[in-house]
Design a protein around this ligand. Structure first.
Ligand code: GRF
Length: 198
């Protein structure tokens, strides 16, 4: 069985979309894969309760309790490694990871970023896209490397930027696409690594 560990920091709507897709599309039977655990750096992350209702193991590694980024990442890796993950999925996980953590999961660590990378890495992507006068925006699923919001692109989806858009309305349109794209990209990764054709 291929274990997937999902890291979150907040509401976990992307995580929930992935969990629903795994159930609906029978990833266990098709890819011999399952969501083994959901781990948050914030105890108050709403996504933890959602994961629990699906019978998924949850854990919290509160970053505030660690003196350094390295110490936090080491503790996080211990929790993640307990599930022997084939794939580690960052889904709204709002921490910059150390090169040590990224290297440990090289080739099996992916992220979703709400912009058309390489445009607008980092925060406030939607406002920056509006301010730049972009006519389209979107979302990117990519492999994680040591450079923030870089790394080989696995999948992208595009949405229009409408004349009256605010950062909030654009974020909502992009998020709806995230919920479609991330499960599809993970299924693609699972199909590739198990030699299946989707
Ligand atoms: C998403 O837009 C994600 O791409 C970004 O933060 C948001 C998190 O949403 N990094 P959720 O926690 O998956 O609901």
């Amino acid at each position: 069985m291929k274990n997937i560990v999902i890291l979150i920091s907040g509401g976990g709507s992307n995580m929930a979309a992935i969990v629903r897709a795994a159930e609906r599309d029978r990833w266990a039977e098709r890819f011999s894969a399952r969501i083994a655990a959901v781990v948050s750096n914030k105890p108050e992350a709403g996504g933890l309760a959602i994961a629990a209702t699906h019978g998924i193991a949850t854990a919290v590694v509160p970053h505030k309790e660690f003196p350094t980024r390295e110490a936090f990442d080491e503790a996080l890796a211990k929790v993640v490694d307990a599930h022997a993950p084939a794939l580690v999925v960052l889904a709204g996980f709002m921490r910059i990871l150390t090169p040590g953590f990224v290297g440990r999961y090289a080739g099996r660590l992916i992220n979703i970023h709400p912009s058309l990378l390489p445009a607008f890495p980092g925060l406030h992507t939607h406002q920056r896209a509006i301010d730049a006068g972009c006519k389209v925006a979107g979302v990117t699923v990519h492999q994680v490397t040591t450079e923030l919001d870089h790394g080989p692109i696995l999948a992208q989806a595009v949405v229009p930027v409408l004349p009256d858009d605010t950062a909030a309305t654009l974020a909502g349109r992009v998020l709806a696409q995230e919920h479609q794209l991330y499960p599809r990209a993970i299924a693609g990764w699972l199909a590739d690594t198990s030699g299946h054709i989707l």
